[in-house]
Design a protein around this ligand. Structure first.
Ligand SMILES: *Cc1c(COP(=O)(O)O)cnc(C)c1O
Length: 364
């Protein structure tokens, strides 16, 4: 018997996340040398992993016969100290993606709704659907979240509002004052998830800790996948009210962060030099790409993150054309006239721009 006939029915309609294409796949498909392919598709750090994290991860491999520390004592403690929050306010995840999924496990199910921007991070919709809840996708005029419209979408069935600032894939961000006013406007039984995956790239990231301290149901998520360069190890975290953290802990696996990842993340937090270099490379790269787009006559959405959404004729074709020439970018079904390009090294950015120029010439 077809297993689909005894599976839970909603799983048959569950959409599947489309990741950026791995370099090896593109090399195989187009007969390219993998060393000459630039993956500017998944907002990874072009400078590699933090060297201090790499050394700590290598050392930790010797101990992988043992289970990892299920409560992540050291990493939890260092994050608590850095953020000036209690240990009981933190939850670590296998990527911040897992924190989003834990939110869905705890707060969403049939008959409930989660609010998100129509061009918000794709995972919000996926975790909502996975729990049998309804995603309410609010239009984003000018590619930014419309906070008033998101507030107006709150219904008695609403349990969660997901919002990334800076947002992926648009790169748009909100001010601290806007986010605080929005959070305060929400009912007390609606969890506000502020996804801060790109906060470390901002000059000064909004700080919602005072709202959490005064008892608002706010959860901020962060990740080691972006500025710390550890996407392949999968570590992220959330900080929130202690009672909310306790609920999320109930839903997680006992050993959800592996030992190598814990060691690497702990060391990465001390690698100030790497973080500074990453931020500087990104700032220069954003300017390089923006100037390049202007020269090519392409409109882009101003970004506070490590990528830019740029308008191109036929995003799907542009993606195909660029990847055959060794630059992997990210197309989006809901943004058919755009692609998202991650800030790379100066050389990678220059090659990406040159390939874009060739693409535009091929259509003239
Ligand atoms: C990349 C990204 C994440 C991070 O995902 P991880 O699971 O931590 O790798 C979370 N939210 C947004 C908006 C992102 O772009």
């Amino acid at each position: 018997m077809d297993a689909a006939r005894f599976a839970r029915p909603h799983i048959l309609n569950q959409p599947v996340y489309q990741p950026g294409k791995p370099i090896a796949h593109v090399a195989r498909e187009f007969g390219l040398d993998a060393a000459r392919i630039d993956k500017l598709a998944s907002n990874e750090n072009p400078l590699g992993p933090s060297p201090m994290a790499l050394a700590a991860a290598t050392a930790a491999l010797r101990g992988v016969n043992l289970y990892p520390d299920g409560c992540c004592w050291d990493l939890n403690g260092k994050l608590a100290e850095r953020l000036q929050v209690g240990r009981d306010q933190l939850v670590l995840g296998n990527g911040s993606n897992e924190i989003l999924e834990l939110v869905a496990h705890v707060f969403l199910g049939p008959g409930t709704e989660a609010i998100m921007g129509v061009h918000g991070f794709a995972v919000y919709r996926l975790v909502t659907l996975l729990m049998g809840a309804k995603p309410v996708e609010v239009p984003m005029p000018g590619f930014a979240h419309d906070l008033a419209a998101m507030r107006a979408a709150v219904m008695p069935r609403t349990r969660v509002v997901f919002l990334a600032s800076p947002n992926n894939p648009t790169g748009t961000a909100h001010t601290e004052a806007e986010l605080i006013a929005f959070a305060r406007s929400l009912p007390e039984n609606v969890l506000f998830v502020l996804d801060e995956a790109y906060a470390e790239y901002q000059d000064r990231a909004p700080d919602l800790r005072p709202l959490i301290a005064e008892g608002r149901p706010v959860l901020c998520t962060r990740t080691f996948s972006k500025i710390y360069g550890l996407a392949g190890l999968r570590v992220g975290y959330g900080y929130t009210r202690p009672d909310i953290a306790a609920l999320l802990h109930r839903a997680r696996q006992p050993f959800n962060i592996n030992a190598v990842a814990q060691a690497a993340a702990l060391a990465a937090l001390d690698d100030d030099d790497f973080v500074r270099r990453s931020r500087e490379n990104n700032r220069a790269g954003l300017q390089q790409l923006a100037a390049g787009f202007r020269e090519l006559g392409l409109e882009h959405v101003p970004s506070e993150a490590n990528f830019i959404l740029v308008q191109v004729p036929d995003g799907a074709k542009a993606f195909q054309f660029l990847q055959a020439r060794g630059t992997i970018v990210r197309p989006f079904g809901d943004l058919p006239d755009h692609v998202r390009i991650t800030v790379g090294t100066p050389d990678q950015n220059a090659r990406g721009l040159a390939n874009l120029r060739t693409y535009l010439a091929s259509r003239a």
